[in-house]
Design a protein around this ligand. Structure first.
Ligand code: GTP
Length: 363
């Protein structure tokens, strides 16, 4: 079976981390997001993946090459972004012949059982099946209303509190019959969610499959950190890569993962729920918890990082505090003694000399 993975798009909220890599290569528990996705597709019976790429396509091609995890990888390059539906039309020649195929949003991480999803799709005999997950608060997603047969009657995009027809949301994972390609207009950006699925729902040809297990869209820092913590817990314990030096007085609390060539200074405490990528340098007396540190970052002495993401080669000098869903862009520098808290986002290569205590983006 084939799967088309939507691996383009910019990912607005996490953009400061995209200066050196596309979102699909962001580390989750110290492995690129795309690796988790491809592994699960391979285990789910997929043999060929079509990667629909635009932004930073070269980085993806260089990283993956022609095959990974026993999957053949074909790249479908867009000259300009085609949205979530246009890439399906563009790859029509690859998808038209044969049975149903999978389509998934590349920024979703899930351990869904694809075999069960496809089996449900075949049993129902519709043109498309959307995987649905139960979430406590559907207001950031597209919630659906189902009939007794599992048909999707309607969607409510980003429902206001109390207005959602259910807590079941569109997971960004679909099985499509090749006939669906005829529903997608050619040569322009198309939104499958807004332009194709409502038509299929009206025709009674769209089904919803309630999946269980892990599912997360890593589009915002809070969810990215949560996904990281959940996958670290699956790996279990503490992992430390080759040639890393953790001082004997430092502590690493599980679950945590430390990459290769990392240095951790005296009396620092790392973890829980923390990923430190390769070649990160952490000074003495630091506290890093529930956070993701991209490769090559430098964390100066007595600095603390809590519930935050630090981009590639960023530098936090000494006595710095970064907290509460804040995000430090690639190559940014945070000067001595600065506190950054409350969902602040610092753009790449920016130097910050004064504390920022309210949510904002620093350009
Ligand atoms: P936001 O800008 O934060 O909304 O994120 P996004 O750009 O990732 O958009 P959206 O959530 O609508 O995208 C859903 C999935 O489709 C994501 O995995 C994107 O990477 C992917 N995607 C979005 N736009 C395009 C596109 O134009 N081409 C391709 N190939 N993929 C896309």
């Amino acid at each position: 079976m084939k799967a088309l993975v939507l691996a383009g798009g910019f990912g607005t909220r996490l953009r400061p981390l995209s200066c050196t890599r596309p979102k699909m290569l962001f580390p989750v528990a110290n492995q690129p997001l795309l690796d988790w996705t491809l592994k699960n597709l391979s285990e789910g019976g997929v043999d060929t993946v079509i990667l629909a790429v635009n932004y930073m396509a070269e980085a993806l091609v260089r990283y993956l090459g022609p095959t990974k995890f026993d999957l053949g990888i074909i790249y479908s390059r867009e000259e300009r972004p085609l949205g979530t539906g246009g890439p399906i039309k563009k790859a029509a020649d690859l998808l038209q012949n044969g049975g149903p195929f999978l389509v998934l949003n590349g920024d979703v991480i899930s351990d869904i059982d694809y075999r069960r999803l496809v089996e449900f799709h075949r049993r129902k005999g519709g043109l498309a099946t959307i995987a649905l997950f139960q979430v406590p608060d559907p207001s950031r997603y597209g919630a659906v209303e189902l009939d007794g047969e599992g048909r999707i009657l309607r969607f409510v995009e980003k429902p206001e509190p109390g207005r959602a027809p259910s807590n079941l949301v569109n997971a960004g994972i679909y099985v499509l019959d090749p006939k669906v390609i005829d529903y997608i207009p050619e040569g322009r950006s198309v939104s499958t969610e807004n332009e194709v699925f409502p038509v299929l729902a009206k025709e009674g040809a769209l089904y919803g499959y309630e999946a269980r297990g892990l599912w997360m869209d890593i589009g915002v820092p809070e969810d990215y950190l949560r996904a990281n913590g959940l996958l670290l817990a699956k790996l279990d314990g503490v992992q430390v890569g080759e040639k890393s030096k953790v001082d004997s007085s430092a502590e690493v609390l599980p679950p945590s993962s430390i990459g290769a060539g990392v240095e951790v200074g005296a009396n620092s405490v790392i973890g829980p729920n923390t990923s430190i990528a390769d070649h990160v340098h952490i000074g003495r007396g630091c506290r890093i918890e529930n956070s993701i540190i991209f490769p090559g970052a430098t964390i100066g002495d007595y600095t603390s990082v809590r519930n935050a993401i630090i981009g590639e080669n960023a530098t936090l000098e000494r006595w710095v505090k970064v907290e509460s869903g804040s995000l430090i862009g690639d190559y940014a520098v945070i000067a001595d003694g600065v506190t950054i808290t409350q969902g602040v986002s610092i753009c790449p290569s920016k130097r910050v000399e004064e504390s920022i205590l309210e949510p904002r983006q620093v350009m």
